[in-house]
Design a protein around this ligand. Structure first.
Ligand code: GMT
Length: 378
């Protein structure tokens, strides 16, 4: 549990995010914890309590955004309710700066809140996470207001260089998009001294995948790769999370005759207890601007095999393997090469942990955001 420190330049910061299990909500919530721990006053705004939000953290308050559904509204106006809540929190707590995670519609709500209070009383920083740019943002219905709100942000950051480049490409924004990578709590996500497989009676390799099982994650490709791996080595696949593609993935496992070796754990809160038990993390995403669960796996000393998409290379570097998208056989081959070589696997596991600690530790990344806040607040 965090101990709050005294911060000589204490800021009052509002953080806005989606409460769902997606990475942007996790990053925003962990930032709120870390900023409060560093001595800032933090106000977290979301339409539900984010799953990772801890209770009783000194300096951190949660504000729910209530969205009323009148019969007239087919789509309740969340963006308006959020702008109003931001303004209220600004007035009640004198919040100086809002940091909105995921541009749509959070950046637009921030702009509205700022306009409602006279255009100067509130600064906002927008962090882009992924589909807010690569998929949803490019939809014509959202493109223009999102581009406008990015231009109006006091600073814009993206979680990878890939995403920053995409933002310029898709939106044609002239504004500087600063790259601030995601981070991981390396004291919480750490190796557990798991036995190497040659010392395990069944020698079974454990493969893991964690996601929200949306189509973009291509979980069925993970199952296909796993079925090919199992033909060569004793192995089991642990699937963590839930979402629209779960049933399809399990049906593919049945078709391929490996369902008895696929364990679906559903949503889990304590990933830090599960990830270290794995030998390899698999990701088959079609696009992934960062890949937060891969970073959490790396921090636990678990190497990753992933499709070579988006910003994944920036995260795993040379501590894992990248394979072409939609080629489960190539994924199986890369995984087998790692899993068949105990010494090589250990080297990768150590390198993954080292990379997470040296480049993506919470303190280092949160300090980068603090610098941006100070600059914006002048
Ligand atoms: O963009 C999304 O799909 C949702 C978003 C989220 O809220 O989870 O995920 C993105 O943000 C994460 C945190 O920065 C990244 O780790 C994910 O790579 C990214 N997802 C995609 O790019 C598909």
């Amino acid at each position: 549990m965090y101990q709050t420190r005294y911060h000589p330049e204490r800021m009052r910061i509002g953080i806005v995010c989606y409460p769902t299990v997606g990475g942007s909500g996790v990053v925003a919530t962990e930032m709120a914890h870390a900023l409060a721990h560093r001595g800032h006053e933090v106000h977290l705004l979301s339409y539900d309590r984010p799953s990772r939000l801890r209770r009783g953290v000194p300096g951190l308050r949660f504000h729910q955004v209530a969205v009323s559904a009148y019969p007239l509204f087919r789509y309740p106006p969340y963006d308006l309710a959020l702008a109003t809540r931001m303004l209220e929190v600004r007035e009640e707590a004198n919040v100086e700066l809002f940091h909105v995670h995921y541009a749509i519609p959070h950046a637009v709500s921030a702009f509205l809140a700022r306009s409602m209070c006279g255009g100067k009383c509130l600064k906002f920083v927008t962090t882009l996470h992924g589909t807010d740019i690569t998929v949803v943002g490019a939809d014509r219905a959202y493109l223009r207001p999102t581009r406008f709100a990015l231009e109006q942000s006091d600073a814009v950051t993206a979680v990878s260089k890939f995403l920053a480049d995409e933002t310029h490409l898709v939106f044609g924004v002239k504004k500087d998009v600063e790259v601030v990578h995601n981070f991981v709590d390396v004291d919480r996500f750490k190796p557990n001294g798991r036995k190497p497989w040659r010392e395990r009676p069944d020698q079974e390799r454990v493969l893991v995948h964690a996601s929200n099982f949306r189509p973009v994650k291509r979980v069925a490709d993970i199952v296909r790769a796993f079925a090919a791996i199992r033909k060569e080595l004793p192995a089991k696949l642990v699937l963590i999370g839930d979402g629209p593609d779960r049933e399809h993935a399990m049906a593919v496992a049945s078709d391929l005759g490996c369902q008895h070796k696929v364990e679906h754990l559903g949503m889990q809160e304590n990933l830090e207890n599960l990830l270290p038990q794995a030998d390899l993390f698999l990701s088959a995403s079609e696009t992934e601007s960062f890949g937060l669960s891969m970073l959490e796996a790396m921090s636990c000393g678990v190497p990753c095999v992933s499709t070579a998409v988006g910003g994944v290379a920036e995260v795993i570097g040379d501590t894992g393997k990248l394979v072409p998208f939609a080629q489960p056989d190539a994924m199986a081959k890369a995984a087998l090469a790692i899993l068949a070589d105990e010494a090589g696997h250990e080297q990768l596991a150590n390198a993954a942990r080292r990379r997470a600690v040296e480049q993506f530790a919470t303190e280092r990344i949160v300090a980068e955001y603090e610098k941006i806040y100070r600059r914006v607040l002048g």
